[in-house]
Design a protein around this ligand. Sequence first.
Ligand code: FES
Length: 268
Amino acid sequence: MADFVRVAGVTDVPDPGSMLVEVEGEMIALFHVGGQFSALDDVCTHDGGPLASGELTGTKIACPRHGARFDIRTGAALSMPAIRGTRSHDVKIDAGGVWIRLRSGHGIDGPVTQPIGYPGSPHVETPESESLTLPSVPATGATDGAAPVEATALTTAASDTAPLCEDRVRELLKTVKDPELFVNIVDLGLIYGVTLAPSAEVSGKQQVSIDMTMTSPACPAGPQLIGDTKRALAAHPAVAGVEVRIVMDPPWTPDRMTDDARDFLGIF
Ligand code: FES
């Protein structure tokens, strides 16, 4: 087991306040609230945001990048877009100093915390009936007996008799859900643009171009979202082809989400 390392004097950290410290080569966010000290990895499990520079409210720290909140006492993820807790560490006060001992184990690779609003979540803050206002199509690969997203989307699009227009495309895209956030890509604000043009190759059909962003540049769900998007649109009888362009500028921020999505994810 690692030893305690002195990282600061007790009076060095305002109350409430936070400080970034280094322990054995790792960057640690040290918090001081109500006379109590606590320490977390300075790593947001959504995409590595620096927690020590986030907004501290009581015992919650909000990641400065996309707003995920964590409990500073335990590292538990409290709101989207983080779904996993970050690692917490042992802290003691001795000889006027604050000492930290690194814990091994849970961190970015730690246990998954069910997201707010997701059935079964210990952090449910939104009544389940409200969450049902969002499409309930399961993510690709779901094994709970429900049809995977592409099958549902194909069925919907293949029997589509509505004329193809931007609004209809956006409706079809609502069948595509982020597999980690459980919210469709339209309500998440990932769709920056929809362009329809007569196909040069298939008479009477349309070529669809989608400008899509990701919640982070390294979003692991990216390939799946692109594939699901193409499948959801390609099955429509008026679609000749689908192009998905990934656009990272401007970067995605939580304020691009609809109010329903924000409520569902517990982002205020
Ligand atoms: S990096 Fe922290 S919420 Fe995205």
